[in-house]
Design a protein around this ligand. Structure first.
Ligand code: SF4
Length: 455
C-alpha cells in the first residue's frame, strides 16, 4: 500500500495505528492539579518552618505576619524589592505572566537564592483565588519553578486553606479573626499616613511615625495566648497612641488636589511595582486617597451573598455562616475605628455596597467580576466625595485596566468630566513626573469648577 492510499483511508486500521503512534510520541502536557496533586500542601507541620510573605503593601504584610505570629508561627516579610527582584522574576517567567506574578516570583526566588534558607524549614505564603484573572495560576507556576530549581522541599501555603495545616487546625478561627483586625488596622495606618504626609512640616516625620506605629500595633497583634476580647482592648489602646502620634505631627494648611486611587490590588498597594506613584503625586502637590485592602475582603463577602442568593440558599447553613462572619467583621471594624470618627470624617470610606451600586450602570456585579468592578465603582464613589481626579494603577496587559480604561471616558462624561487617568506599570521606566504633572494640571482646573464639595 502506498502512502496516498493510506491517507485516503484505503487501509483504515494502518492509518489509525499510525495516528495512535504519532499521538503517543507527543510530549505529555503537565497534568492539571487535582485534589491530590494540588500545589498547596496541607499535610505539612507549619510549626517547624519560617513562613514568608511578600509585600502588599509592606505595612499590610507586616500586620498579617504579626497575625500568624499570634498563633506561634514564625512569619516574616520578604526584604525590600529591587532590580534583582525584576531580574529573577523575568528569568523564571516567559513574558506571558502578569507583572504582579513576576514580582512575587522574583521576590521569593531572590529570598531563596540570597539567604540560602533551609528548604525544609521554609514556607512561602501565597493567597489563591478562583476567578477570571491569572491570579489563580500563581501557585501552580511557583510550585513548578521551585521544583525545577531544586527547591522541592520548600512548602507553599495558602491562607485560604489555613485550617488544613498541622499547627493551625483549631487555631484557624482565631487566626482569621486576628488577620481581619490586622487588615483593618493596616488600612487605618495607611490612611493616616496619606492624609498627613503631604502636609508635614518636617520632611520624613510622617514616615517615621508610620513605621513606629506599625511596630507598636504589630507587637500587639502578634501577642500569643490572648483572647479576642482582651486583644481588642489592647488594640484599641494602641490605636489611641497611634492617633496621638499622628496628631502631634506639625502640618501646614495647604489646599491640594485630592486624588482618588483605585486599580489592581497588588500594583496599587505594592509601592515598588508602581514606582511609588503616590509619592510622585505628593511631590507635585497632590494628596492621595488610596483604596485599601479591606475593600477586597468585603467584596468577597458580598460575592458570597450573591452566590447564596443565586443558589437560593438564603437562611441555609452556608448563608448563615457568611452572615455571622460578616456581622463579626463589622463589629470588629467599628470597634477599631472608634475614636477616629473626627479624623476620618474628612475621608469617609465608601463601603463595598456603595462601590458596587456606583459600578452597576457600567459593570453590574452579576455580569462582571473582580477589580474592574471595584475600580469603576470606586472612581465614582471618590467623585461623590469631592475628589479632584482619579488615578487607576494597573499592571500593563492586565484585563482589569484594559476594561476600565475603555469605560472611564463614559464615567468621566457622566460625572462632570472629572479627570481619570490609568497609569500602567510593567517594570520599565517612563517619564512618570511628566505624566503626573499633566494630570495634576487637569485636576486643578476641575477643582476650580467642580460642583461637588469635599466632605
Ligand atoms: S488582576 Fe491582572 S495583574 Fe492582577 S493577578 Fe489578575 S491578571 Fe494579574
Amino acid at each position: 500500500m502506498d502512502t496516498e492510499t493510506a491517507t485516503k483511508g484505503g487501509n483504515g486500521k494502518a492509518t489509525r495505528e499510525a495516528a495512535k503512534a504519532a499521538l503517543a510520541a507527543l510530549p505529555k502536557p503537565p497534568a492539571a492539579h487535582s485534589a491530590d496533586t494540588s500545589p498547596v500542601q496541607t499535610d505539612i507541620d507549619v510549626r517547624n518552618r519560617t513562613l514568608w510573605l511578600t509585600r502588599m503593601p509592606y505595612g499590610g504584610s507586616r500586620m498579617l505576619a504579626a497575625a500568624f505570629c499570634s498563633i506561634g508561627l514564625d512569619t516574616r516579610v520578604t526584604p525590600d524589592e529591587d532590580a534583582r527582584t525584576l531580574e529573577l522574576g523575568g528569568k523564571y517567567t516567559s513574558g506571558d505572566e502578569c507583572y504582579p506574578q513576576r514580582i512575587v516570583l522574583g521576590d521569593y526566588m531572590k529570598l531563596l537564592e540570597d539567604r540560602r534558607l533551609d528548604p525544609k524549614k521554609t514556607a512561602l505564603l501565597l493567597p489563591t483565588a478562583n476567578g477570571p484573572c491569572r491570579f489563580g495560576q500563581y501557585i501552580s507556576l511557583l510550585r513548578r519553578i521551585l521544583d525545577d530549581q531544586g527547591y522541592q522541599d520548600v512548602a507553599i501555603l495558602s491562607f485560604t486553606s489555613a485550617d488544613g495545616y498541622a499547627g493551625i487546625g483549631d487555631q484557624a478561627g482565631a487566626l482569621i479573626r486576628t488577620a481581619w483586625r490586622a487588615v483593618v488596622i493596616q488600612d487605618m495606618l495607611l490612611k493616616l499616613l496619606l492624609m498627613t504626609r503631604p502636609y508635614e512640616v518636617n520632611a520624613g516625620e510622617t514616615d517615621r511615625v508610620y513605621s513606629e506605629c506599625l511596630d507598636l500595633m504589630g507587637e500587639i497583634v502578634a501577642r500569643q495566648n490572648v483572647g479576642n476580647k482582651k486583644r481588642l482592648a489592647a488594640l484599641q489602646a494602641g490605636l489611641r497612641t497611634v492617633k496621638e502620634k499622628f496628631l502631634a505631627i506639625p502640618v501646614e494648611n495647604e489646599d491640594r488636589p485630592l486624588i482618588g486611587v483605585v486599580g489592581e490590588i497588588f500594583c496599587r498597594l505594592n509601592t515598588f511595582s508602581n514606582n511609588d506613584l503616590i509619592r510622585h503625586i505628593e511631590a507635585q502637590g497632590g494628596e492621595c486617597w488610596l483604596t485599601g485592602v479591606g475593600e477586597w475582603v468585603w467584596y468577597t463577602n458580598a460575592e458570597a451573598f450573591r452566590r447564596h442568593r443565586e443558589d437560593k440558599q438564603r437562611l441555609r447553613k452556608a448563608w448563615l455562616k457568611t452572615f455571622i462572619t460578616s456581622r463579626i467583621m463589622h463589629r470588629d471594624e467599628r470597634a477599631l475605628l472608634k475614636g477616629f470618627e473626627d479624623i476620618f470624617a474628612r475621608r469617609p470610606e465608601p463601603h463595598v455596597s456603595e462601590v458596587l451600586e456606583c459600578a452597576r450602570p457600567y459593570l453590574p456585579q452579576s455580569g462582571a467580576l473582580g477589580e474592574m468592578v471595584l475600580s469603576t465603582g470606586g472612581a465614582i464613589a471618590y467623585y461623590r466625595r469631592g475628589a479632584d481626579g482619579i488615578v487607576d494603577i494597573s499592571p500593563f496587559t492586565c484585563m482589569n485596566g484594559i476594561v476600565t480604561e475603555a469605560i472611564y471616558p463614559r464615567v468621566s462624561k457622566d460625572h462632570d468630566h472629572i479627570p481619570i487617568r490609568v497609569f500602567y506599570f510593567d517594570g520599565t521606566h517612563s517619564d512618570l513626573d511628566r505624566d503626573v504633572g499633566i494630570f495634576l494640571e487637569l485636576t486643578k482646573t476641575y477643582k476650580r469648577r467642580k460642583k461637588i464639595a469635599r466632605a
